[in-house]
Write a protein that binds this ligand. Structure first.
Ligand SMILES: *Cc1c(COP(=O)(O)O)cnc(C)c1O
Length: 514
């Protein structure tokens, strides 16, 4: 492909994407394909000779679109938002078009310096403390990671290294391996499954502690668990707190937990993957109470901050701790030309030029534009909350930021039926969640394109399913009938399995199949 063809292909592709987004509202959110559908549509071997670019777009239409779940459909209410905005798309295009990555400053000054500056813009926008800034006097700083899962792992590894060093200093007779074998970490049962995964990867066992009725990690139980572990000779090393749990958007109390971590010299990492974006609005900053106790903090601009994937922002109170865990000794030590050396606070060796899309997004929306977007999405969730409350067949269980959890009154059977039908009809995509031993519809305002009319559409769809099945199936005789395990609930539980913690998934399975 020569440069002229690239111009044509590129322009045609931008038009294609613009048309896709413009017409996305009309498509059913879920595709109607069977597993393995693609096999017959794509040859078994790559072409021997190159094809003209004009062959590609019709094939995207023919093969890809039919199998696509439309994550940006205004009727997509599953998982959490995944960011997609035009400035974000163009930022991605630039990143791959310029095609430059970076390691240290010398390898790509613009890439490193823009990232350093963008992380400070972001921290200031969210009202994070001064000591997290790259430009601050102290050892704090921020860097872009690829995912929240990776940020949690980086946090755990940093905390692990710090604890090992502290313990060895005080107990010189112990070996590195002896200390590592005794480490233990903590989080709540409502944490994202990636938190437990990070503990597996970091080889530190993790206690999944129960939460209170608002899905918050209980400080009293945390202290109890720490005391018990210490009494058994174990060494508590990290706590992962959540601001905005995946299931119900619960907020751990950073102050209560932080106080314990400070007293016990335990690393505190905060996973605010989704909800962190809301901090751009000052009315949510009360959630940051206790942030001065936090060692590392992460949120995903690629979730609710209009910046296309991948982009996960992570800050450290003391980046030297991360360096102790990640920096390898250079064979020829040199003085760095530029500080901070952000390349030492991450797992990969090189980094994509991800700061570009953040720069584009923050400039084109402005602080006010992003605040307006967050507030609008929250208002849509509030609107749904009102509709749910006004219908006495339903009970509202949760409403926080863009997450609304509700169910049909009575046992789980009717709610399960409702969820099955929603998936079967493909007009909405919503996930189940088990909360306080009850199955609920976990509805999230996800797409940037969702408007009030889409909430009405969703509610009408739900009401029509209920009208259709509720009175027929709520026959008391059916209550004890063995529950059907149809294909849809299988799909739902499979989807849920990948998102929530194993314990909750167990409950989900039980709820859906027994
Ligand atoms: C989505 C989510 C994650 C995982 O995010 P990735 O960037 O995909 O790793 C982690 N924690 C919470 C609370 C989340 O909502």
């Amino acid at each position: 492909m020569d440069v002229e063809e690239f111009r044509e292909f590129g322009k045609a592709s931008v038009d294609y994407i613009a048309d896709y987004i413009e017409n996305i509202r009309k498509k059913p959110v879920l595709p109607s394909v069977e597993p393995g559908y693609l096999k017959n549509e794509i040859p078994e071997l790559a072409p021997i000779t190159g094809e003209p670019w004009q062959n590609i777009l019709p094939d995207v239409d023919r093969v890809i679109l039919p199998g696509l779940t439309h994550w940006h459909s205004p009727h997509f209410h599953a998982y959490f938002p995944t960011a997609n905005s035009f400035p974000g798309v163009v930022g991605e295009l630039f990143s791959s078009g310029l095609g430059c990555i970076s390691t240290d400053w010398q390898s790509n000054p613009a890439c490193v310096e823009l990232e350093v500056r963008m992380m400070d813009w972001l921290a200031k926008m969210l009202g994070l403390p001064e000591h997290f800034l790259n430009e601050s006097e102290g050892p704090g700083g921020g860097v872009i990671q690829n995912a929240a899962s990776e940020s949690t792992l980086v946090g755990l590894l940093s905390g692990k290294q710090k604890t090992v060093k502290q313990v060895l200093e005080m107990n010189p007779h112990l070996t590195d391996a002896e200390v590592k074998a005794k480490l233990v970490t903590y989080t709540s049962k409502e944490s994202n499954s990636s938190v437990e995964k990070a503990s597996l990867l970091a080889s530190v066992p993790m206690r999944l502690l129960p939460t209170d009725a608002d899905c918050r990690l209980r400080a009293d139980l945390l202290q109890e668990a720490i005391d018990k572990d210490k009494a058994e000779g174990l060494i508590p090393c990290c706590v992962v707190a959540s601001l905005g749990t995946t299931g119900t958007c619960g907020f751990d109390d950073l102050e209560d937990i932080g106080r314990i971590c400070e007293k016990e010299k335990i690393w505190l990492h905060v996973d605010a993957a989704y909800a962190g974006a809301a901090l751009v609005c000052p009315e949510y900053r009360y959630l940051l109470k206790g942030i001065h106790f936090v060692d590392s903090f992460n949120f995903n601009p690629h979730k609710w901050f209009l910046t296309n994937s991948d982009c996960s922002a992570m800050w450290f109170k003391n980046t030297k701790d991360a360096e102790a865990a990640f920096k390898v000794k250079a064979s020829i030590p040199t003085e760095p030309l530029f500080e901070p050396e952000i390349e030492n606070w991450q797992i990969p060796t090189s980094r994509k030029f991800r700061a570009l899309k953040l720069w584009f997004v923050m400039r084109l929306y402005g602080v006010q534009g992003i605040q307006k977007y967050i507030r609008h999405q929250v208002s849509l969730a509030k609107y749904l909350e009102k509709l749910v409350k006004a219908d006495d067949r339903f009970e509202l269980l949760v409403s926080r930021l863009g997450v609304v959890g509700f169910r049909l009154k009575g046992n789980d059977y009717m709610t399960q039926k409702l969820l099955d039908k929603i998936t079967e009809r493909k007009n909405l995509y919503i996930m189940p969640y088990y909360f306080q031993n009850k199955l609920m519809v976990r509805f999230v305002v996800c797409s940037r394109l969702t408007e009030k009319e889409d909430i009405d559409f969703a509610w009408n769809e739900i009401k029509s399913i209920v009208a259709d099945t509720y009175f027929r199936d709520s026959n008391p005789e059916l209550k004890n009938k063995k529950r059907e395990s149809n294909l849809n609930s299988t799909i739902l539980s499979k989807v849920a399995t990948s998102t929530f913690s194993p314990e909750l998934n167990e409950k989900l399975k039980v709820g859906l199949f027994l």
